[in-house]
Design a protein around this ligand. Structure first.
Ligand SMILES: N[C@@H](CCC(=O)N[C@@H](CS)C(=O)NCC(=O)O)C(=O)O
Length: 363
């Protein structure tokens, strides 16, 4: 009984000391903090006490800097009721808000083509521009589209006209003007499916293959946020590097890459031997990841080891429609690759940023 009480006392005292110790303190310093009052004089006795208290494993092997991070992290105690900290230091702090709806009265522009696209060339946006370029390449004139740039970092997604067609305030969004009354379609997966059904293209008709294409389309919609909002956010954008978060999402992304790698070892495309909307949905995220161009995390995640995903990604990358699709609504990178708005096939030749602003692109 005495021993048990003694151990609990040791545990509480040591834990208290460790959690209050400064980040620059090393394990040895922490050992020195163990008070004489515990009757532990030798270093060995102190170490044993720490081990018994089950905190030594936690402490040993951590550098002071890591320990500082742990300390900072553990200092945060969620309040009873969450409050919006408008300036949380995150890269997207200026556009993130806890409420939905328009914040500015502004209509959307409308062009002459059947399809109107309001987007930006992020991986979610690229899914749709690649799809439209593939449909046009296949000869579907009804897939002609006007693409308008939505600058999400400037808050365009909260304009009233945008919110009317996507109450979720996220790109991409499509408006089909060729239907009885204009049809709004938001969520990139829904847009791909809508277009595939409208044109009976890029979605296999064989029921087995069709089910496979849909399995993988919805796999991407469910898995992508772990890659983007999870891994990408904490690895590249969060104001501090939180080991727990990066570790958790890195593991999940590597697991997802392995799922794809094993599947693509046996299949040319996601739905088997046919290129489909499943590939178009997955490629902008996972293709970019294995090509090392997402979050500069190629080495960190050892993306080259997913050789079947790399093979598939390179194959899709070579498609002319894909090369065009990734340029549309792109507002960064090489000026010759930026086509802010697209209204005609000739725009790829005539209205890229290097052509519109030659002085700027030379500088
Ligand atoms: N599940 C949506 C996600 C769309 C999404 O997250 N879009 C981002 C850009 S990739 C966006 O518009 N963000 C603006 C914001 O969050 O305010 C889809 O696939 O369409």
């Amino acid at each position: 009984m005495f021993n048990e009480i003694h151990l609990v006392t040791q545990y509480l005292a040591i834990n208290h000391l460790l959690t209050r110790s400064l980040g620059s303190e090393t394990y040895a310093n922490a050992l020195n903090c163990v008070p004489q009052s515990l009757g532990l004089k030798s270093g060995r006795e102190k170490k044993q006490a720490l081990k018994r208290a089950n905190v030594a494993e936690w402490f040993i092997g951590q550098t002071p800097a890591q320990n500082q991070e742990e300390q900072n992290m553990s200092e945060y105690q969620p309040p009873k009721v969450w409050k919006w900290n408008q300036d949380n230091g995150g890269r997207f702090a200026n556009i993130n808000r806890p409420t939905a709806g328009a914040i500015k009265d502004k209509d959307l522009p409308r062009g002459k083509h059947p399809l109107q696209l309001y987007s930006l060339a992020t991986p979610n946006g690229v899914k749709v521009t690649v799809m439209l370029e593939e449909l046009l390449a296949m000869g579907f004139n009804g897939a002609e589209y006007d693409a308008y740039l939505v600058r999400i970092n400037e808050g365009d997604q909260f304009d009233s006209g945008f919110v009317e067609i996507n109450p979720n305030s996220k790109i991409p969004v499509l408006l089909d003007q060729s239907t009885d009354k204009p049809t709004r379609v938001f969520e990139s997966g829904a847009i791909l499916l809508y277009l595939a059904e409208k044109f009976s293209a890029l979605l296999p008709t064989d029921p087995h293959k069709r089910a496979e294409a849909l399995n993988w389309l919805f796999w991407q919609m469910g898995s992508g946020p772990f890659l983007g909002g999870g891994f990408g956010h904490f690895y590249a954008y969060a104001p501090e590097k939180i080991e727990y978060a990066i570790d958790r999402f890195a593991m999940e992304v590597k697991r997802q890459l392995d799922v794809l790698d094993q599947h693509l070892a046996e299949n040319e495309y996601m739905a088997g031997d046919e290129y489909s909307i499943a590939d178009i949905a997955i490629w902008p995220w996972y293709g970019a990841m294995v090509r090392g161009i997402l979050y500069e995390a190629g080495e960190f995640l050892d993306v080259k080891s997913y050789s079947h995903v790399v093979r598939w990604a390179e194959q899709i990358n070579k498609r002319p429609a894909v090369k065009r699709g990734i340029m549309v609504n792109r507002a960064w990178g090489a000026p010759s690759q930026q086509l802010h708005e697209r209204h005609d096939a000739s725009d790829f030749e005539n209205t890229t940023q290097d052509k519109l602003n030659p002085e700027k692109s030379e500088g």
